[in-house]
Write a protein that binds this ligand. Structure first.
Ligand code: 8YV
Length: 329
């Protein structure tokens, strides 16, 4: 038998060296060594030519891109857990399988959630700016006072893998854990986390000291934290988002932060990334990060490994382990 031809795999962004090297060994792989994000036209051209496309969160794989996809394109093996950048319905209609990389960035993202909770409550970024600006006049009993997190109530929106990992950490920090989820989690998990379930998000929001967003962005969660819901938060509340900017009405949030209607926010994600509302940049009570919740070397390599396993399994004629099924979202 002649050797099987390696499939053409187009990778849209730079991935860790070890992952790119292995992909070059296994597949007929086209890399993006410049790491310049592709335009919609470039993505459409890639979808036309590739058998397998490896995009990331920065690529919008919409109906327009998929409309031009060639008959060869059978798999979109996304590098990342969120799949809101891919038009799943159109992909399904065109018989294209979609996979993602869940599980391997859970702990890193949960760490970043705790980092933001602490950073906002204890004014870490402000303090750092003060020292760097040479403006620190020395210790004083009443300077840089933040708020203790121990003993406070944390409301987690979305008790999936990441939400649960946040809850475990939060318990260690002495926070009392509350959550809202489409489905109540198993009672054993609730007991382990000593978590209180709120079927009504509105009810939960009005009672929390800190709120963390850990649900995916889907049509059902777009602006889940609408202007109306944000107004339910208490004036001393802190909001942290390491999920997707689209889950929060960013303009409404900005207005409330400006008016001190809530105490602060820690944002790793934004509604129109990489654009950040310029009004947010002027506020001291927010900590702003460039979508780095899962940015560890270990995590990125594990994500790449998952992409490789998904492609390899698919090419060998099996169902890839991380196949995304719309109904599960
Ligand atoms: C990833 C993320 O880095 O996986 C996700 O859903 O939000 C990020 O942590 C990014 O999506 C990579 O495509």
């Amino acid at each position: 038998m002649p050797p099987k031809q390696k499939p053409l795999v187009i990778v849209t962004r730079r991935l860790p060296d070890v992952i790119e090297t292995r992909m070059m060994e296994l597949f007929n792989c086209r890399l993006n060594l410049e790491d310049k994000p592709m335009s919609q036209a470039e993505l459409a051209a890639a979808a036309k030519e590739a058998e397998i496309l490896v995009p990331t969160v920065t690529d919008r794989i919409d109906a327009g891109v998929l409309a031009g996809a060639g008959p060869k394109l059978r798999l979109i093996a996304s590098f990342g857990t969120g799949v809101d950048h891919i038009d799943l319905k159109t992909a399904r209609q065109r018989g294209i399988t979609v996979t993602n990389t869940p599980g391997v960035l859970t702990e890193d993202t949960a760490d970043m959630t705790m980092a933001l909770i602490l950073a906002v409550s204890r004014r870490l970024a402000e303090g750092e700016r003060l020292v760097r600006a040479g403006a620190w006049g020395g210790w004083a009993p009443t300077s840089m006072l933040g708020h203790r997190i121990w003993g406070k109530r944390l409301g987690i929106i979305g008790m999936g893998r990441i939400g649960s990992a946040v809850a475990r950490r939060a318990k260690g920090f002495g926070l009392s854990v509350h959550y809202h989820n489409r489905r109540r989690v198993h009672e054993d998990v609730e007991q382990e986390l000593e978590a209180t379930y709120w079927e009504s998000l509105d009810q939960m929001l009005s009672r929390m000291d800190i709120v963390s967003i850990n649900c995916p962005h889907t049509p059902a969660t777009y602006h889940l934290l609408s202007a109306r819901r944000l107004k339910l938060l208490q004036p001393h509340a802190v909001l942290v988002n390491t999920s997707r900017g689209e889950v929060v009405d960013e303009n409404a949030l900005t207005r409330m932060l400006q008016a001190s209607e809530i105490a602060g926010a820690g944002l790793d994600v934004f509604e129109h990334e990489p654009a950040v509302n310029p009004k947010l940049l002027k506020l001291d009570n927010v900590v702003l990060l460039p979508h780095m919740g899962s940015a560890t070397i270990e995590g990125r390599i594990a994500m790449g490994e998952k992409v490789i396993i998904n492609i390899k399994t698919f090419v060998d004629g099996h169902t890839p382990p991380d196949r995304v099924v719309e109904a599960m979202l």
